[in-house]
Design a protein around this ligand. Structure first.
Ligand code: GLU
Length: 445
């Protein structure tokens, strides 16, 4: 038998904008698929109709595309209900799914009682002992059942792709509810049914799902399927060690986009924080996919550092080739490879190029101190004739030096302030031929 194509999925719940913590599994799954020549499924976990919206789902698709990920397939759980019906019936027929009639209040009371007796608040399976008459009575009262999966209650072992051998003891868990009173399905079941149906070979997700995996492995087996390989990655936290969460209103991926961050900077930080692969200015996601072995994902927390994002963003721009910048420059009404190569190393965000480009095209506001006015007027008279090239600056400044006796900072700084209006910036020897003689004449008094 040939082995199946490695197939992964990223399964966000479309209940809001995604944040860095969500982008992490999105990217790690993508790296895995790219590294192994596999397939990537985007699965919208939208069975919670009260909280899921199409708008969020569309936003997630856009954010994913912005990060550079193009799924091979998009599925929505809300469109796959028949599959869950079949699985439900199968589990009922095999006695693994059983109806329960307790209300929330009754369950609360049971849990409170268990706590008083110092017992873990695990569901007592009372519903397993209901007779047909009991059930008929509940139904006659208008109660509708919710359905629980009967766990084996045993140590479930699996070999985690990232964390190594793991054991989850389902004996210490409540039988999970898979079908609500209103007949809608919970994620725990739908996820397994989809993973089987879509041929998912590897489930890569956050370590907050480890105990879920114990339950789901039992459901895979109860449905007669082989469980996929699981890999649980460490979770991204903010600088204070707090988890990212939609509810806490963390910065979303679209906020980063709106603030002018490079998608690669966001992708690199979301995926490589908390790994031993250095955070560097990788040009493409494939470069990371080829380098990142899952054994490099650390077992401790992954602390996101916003200052590192800023510095990485700048580093990416400082090496961005003209081919990568030209379309974006055109969108700002700018062009010119020499201009880009001269100015890129000053950028923290791409849009700042509009401001910097005025050093070449003008207008700029020259900064001229009163005591330098005569000096600059003399310098103006000494400006060499065109054509200009990279040697023009030294010819000119040598001439000024000879005429005025100024040197060092006293010579260069007033020229820089007049020609650029600022203390920092690109090398003047490169700026001069780009700006041209006319612009320089205009900037000198
Ligand atoms: N919708 C689930 C979540 O966002 C998916 C978890 C999984 O990957 O199975 O947590």
């Amino acid at each position: 038998m040939t082995s199946p194509i490695p197939t992964v999925r990223w399964a966000p719940s479309p209940t809001g904008r995604i944040h860095l913590g969500n982008a992490r599994p999105a990217l790690l799954n993508w790296f895995f698929a790219r590294r192994h020549g596999g397939r990537y499924v985007l699965r919208m976990d939208d069975t919670d109709v009260a909280r899921s919206t199409r708008e969020s789902a569309d936003g997630i698709e856009r954010d994913l595309a912005w990060l550079g990920i193009t799924p091979d397939l998009l599925v929505r759980q809300s469109e796959r209900l028949e599959l869950y019906d079949v699985a439900r019936d199968r589990l009922i027929a095999s006695g693994r799914l059983y109806p329960c009639y307790e209300t929330e209040e009754e369950l609360d009371r049971k849990r409170a009682r268990a706590r008083l007796l110092n017992k873990p608040p695990i569901y007592d399976r009372a519903a397993l002992n209901l007779t047909a008459e009991d059930r008929a009575r509940f139904e006659a009262e208008g109660r509708k059942p919710h359905w629980r999966f009967k766990l084996d209650g045993r140590p479930v072992h699996f070999k985690d792709l990232i964390k190594g051998p793991q054991t989850v003891n389902t004996a210490s868990m409540s039988d999970p509810v898979l079908v609500r009173e209103d007949g809608t399905y919970l994620y725990t079941l739908c996820s397994v049914v989809d993973d089987i149906d879509l041929g998912i070979t590897h489930v890569i997700r956050g370590e907050d799902h480890v105990s879920n995996t114990g339950t789901q492995i039992e459901i895979f087996e109860a449905l007669g399927a082989e469980a996929p390989v699981f890999g649980h990655h460490n979770l991204l936290t903010d600088a204070d060690g707090q988890g990212f969460s939609k509810r806490l209103g963390s910065q979303s991926i679209s906020d980063f986009r709106d603030e002018g961050y490079e998608p690669m900077a966001v992708a690199i930080m979301a995926s490589l924080t908390g790994t031993s692969l250095p955070i560097e200015a990788y040009e493409t996601l494939d470069e990371i996919a080829n380098r990142l072995d899952f054994s490099m994902i650390s077992h401790g927390a992954a602390r996101f550092d916003p200052a590192e994002l800023d510095s990485l963003n700048a580093r990416l721009l400082h090496v961005l080739p003209y081919e990568g910048a030209s379309a974006r420059l055109s969108a700002l009404g700018l062009e010119g490879e020499a201009m880009w190569l001269l100015l890129r190393e000053n950028l923290r965000k791409f849009h700042e190029i509009a401001e910097w480009s005025r050093l070449v095209t003008g207008p700029i506001e020259p900064v001229i101190a009163d005591e330098d006015r005569d000096f600059l007027a003399l310098a103006k008279a000494l400006l060499p004739p065109e054509p200009w090239d990279e040697t023009t600056w030294s010819q000119w400044t040598e001439a000024i030096k000879a005429a005025t006796g100024r040197k060092g900072k006293a010579l260069f700084l007033p020229l820089r302030l007049a020609l650029t209006g600022r203390h920092d910036g690109p090398e003047l020897k490169s700026l001069l031929p780009l700006a041209g003689r006319k612009a320089c004449l205009d900037r000198l008094p």
